[in-house]
Ligand binder design. Sequence first.
Ligand SMILES: C[S@@+](CC[C@H](N)C(=O)[O-])C[C@H]1O[C@@H](n2cnc3c(N)ncnc32)[C@H](O)[C@@H]1O
Length: 295
Amino acid sequence: MNKGKMENKQSDFDKIAPTAWMVAYRRTFSDIPFSQEIFAKLEILRKKKDQKEIPADLKRPEIAPQFEARHKLIDKLIFAVGFDQVLELASGFSSRGLSMSKEDGFNYVETDLSRVILEKEQIIKEIARDNDFDIPSNLHFVAANVLEFEQLARAVDYFDKTKPITIINEGLLRYLTFAEKAKVAQNIYKLLTEFGGVWITSDVSLRKIFSQENIALKDHVKKVSELTGKDIEGNRFEKEEDAKLFFEKLGFSIERHSFIEVIDDLVSPSRLKLSESQVKDIIADAVVFVMRRRM
Ligand SMILES: C[S@@+](CC[C@H](N)C(=O)[O-])C[C@H]1O[C@@H](n2cnc3c(N)ncnc32)[C@H](O)[C@@H]1O
C-alpha cells in the first residue's frame, strides 16, 4: 500500500474509533457485566495515549437505553437461536464476548479494525488479571475489516466447520454506504453458506429513529457525522420495509424483533430518571433483524 493511502486509512480510523468509546460510555449506565470495568480501562488508555476527550455534546447519556436495549435483545436472540459459535463484527468495547465465553461457554470470536481490537484485547487481559481469572481459551480477538472477505475468513478459522454459527453486529452499518452494506451482507452470506447459521443485527437505521435521536440530543446525527466524516443521514433507510427489501434482495429471510421486547429488562432509564414515554420514544421504532439464507 502506498504511503498516501495508508495515511488516509489512518485518519479514517481515527474518526470512526471514537464511536466505540461513545457506546462503551453509554453502557456504563446499564447493568451489563464488565461495562464499568471496560470503560474505566478505556479512559486510562485514552489518557495514556494523550487522545482527545470526546466533545461534551456527544457524551450526553440520554440515549443510553437504546444501547442497553439493543445489547440485551441481541443477547436474548443469541440464546434463543442456540448455536454455540459466535462471530461478532465490529465488536468495539462491548463486554459480550467476555461474558458469553466465560459464563456461557460460547466459542466466541470478536473482530474489529486492527487498532480497536488490539486495545480491546489488552483491556480484557487487564480485567482478567485484576479480577484473578484467566482469559477464556474460547474467546478470540481477530483484526478484520468487514469489507474484506479474506479477513473474515481468517476469523472463522477458530470455529468447528461442522456446526452452525451466529454472526452479529450492532452499531456498524449506519457508518457504511449502501454499497458497503451490500458488501458486508454478501460476505456474511458466504460465511453462512459455509457453516449454516444466522445473522443478527440491530443496524436497521431508519429515518424515524434518527429523528428521535435528534430530539433526545439536539443535532445528534449531524454531530456524529461531523466527528466520523461519514454521511450517516445518507446511509439510513427511509422505512423498515425498505431495509427488509434491501436484505431480502441479497438473499436473506427476515425475522423481526422490536427493542420493546426488552423494555422491562432496562435499568438505565431509572438510573437516568427517564420517563417511560421518553424511553419508548428512543426505542419503539428500533428493531433487530434475525436473518437466514433463503434456500
Ligand atoms: C459505534 S461502534 C460500535 C461498537 C460495538 N459494536 C458496540 O456496540 O459497542 C462502531 C464500530 O465499528 C467499527 N468499524 C467501523 N468500520 C469498520 C469496518 N469497515 N470493519 C470493521 N469494523 C469497523 C469501529 O472501529 C467501531 O468499533
